[in-house]
Design a protein around this ligand. Structure first.
Ligand SMILES: C=C(O[C@@H]1C=C(C(=O)O)C=C[C@H]1O)C(=O)O
Length: 258
């Protein structure tokens, strides 16, 4: 139903009978506030466009697409997000974080296309939403039907695979065996994630946070670190640890999440 026909949604401001030369105090106050918003928008726009230009320059200074890794730098993104979030007023933190995810996503997109494939047969909408929030509106996303095909695609350097670990298919074992050029760099679903993001990320650019381990039965283990188990399959385990293990080491570290 058009709004004009719905009495509940009728226009309340400005009043329908207001003349164009209305100089009532309410109208003047509203006009002044809107003018201030327009000025702020101009400032934000100029700054945002400058930021996009600089992000493109950073991209040219980095190795990809000729280099072996994606341009996505999770460690830098984590630093950028933490910095603005710490500077924001506590009441604005969540809003600022969500907005800066978009800002950073568009910065990264100035360096080349961001492609994301999502495989999550049990909770596709949840995983899709989480991936969209993480990579932003600039990301080209599609659902994947087969985690192995998504891993192959990611190993070609085409983009990022977001794969569920609660769907009974132990694709993560492959991170230890054939997909050694891929790193886990993000978890979705809280302290015990139900999906992981995987891509050709420079191991030096992984975020600060728990390390992700894929272990076979006989692995020596990492000694001191506390572990959170995420999945098991025929003697293989996927877990998180606080121990600062090197990626690709004998403990089976395959990445880190923020
Ligand atoms: C600008 C960079 O490239 C990407 C974009 C970022 C941004 O817009 O802040 C941060 C990290 C990278 O994923 C960078 O590496 O510094």
């Amino acid at each position: 139903m058009p709004h004009a026909l719905n009495p509940a949604l009728q226009q309340v401001w400005p009043p329908a009978d207001r003349r164009p030369d209305d100089i009532s105090p309410e109208h003047m106050a509203l006009a002044a506030l809107r003018h201030e918003i327009d000025q702020l928008d101009d400032e934000i726009l100029a700054l945002f466009e400058r930021r996009l230009t600089i992000a493109a320059r950073v991209g040219r200074a980095k190795d990809a697409p000729a280099g072996p890794h994606l341009k996505l730098r999770p460690d830098r993104e984590q630093t950028v997000l933490r910095r603005v979030s710490d500077r924001a007023r506590p009441a604005n933190r969540a809003t600022v974080q969500a907005l800066w995810r978009e800002v950073v996503g568009h910065g990264l997109a100035r360096q080349g296309p961001i492609r994301v494939q999502v495989w999550a047969p049990l909770e596709p909408t949840r995983a899709w939403d989480a991936a969209r929030r993480r990579f932003g509106a600039a990301a080209e996303m599609r659902m994947a039907e087969d985690p192995q095909a998504a891993l192959r695609w990611a190993a070609e350097g085409q983009g990022v695979a977001v794969l569920a670990i609660n769907a009974g298919e132990p694709w993560w074992i492959g991170l230890r065996r054939q997909w050694t050029s891929l790193s886990v760099f993000e978890g979705f679903g809280g302290a015990a994630p139900t999906a992981l993001a995987v891509g050709k990320i420079d191991p030096a650019a992984l975020p600060t946070g728990p390390r992700v381990l894929v272990g076979a039965g006989g692995d020596a283990g990492d000694g001191a670190g506390r572990r959170i188990g995420l999945a098991t399959h025929h003697g293989w385990t996927l877990c998180l640890t606080d121990a600062p293990l090197p990626v690709g080491g004998p403990e089976g570290c395959v990445g880190a999440i923020a």
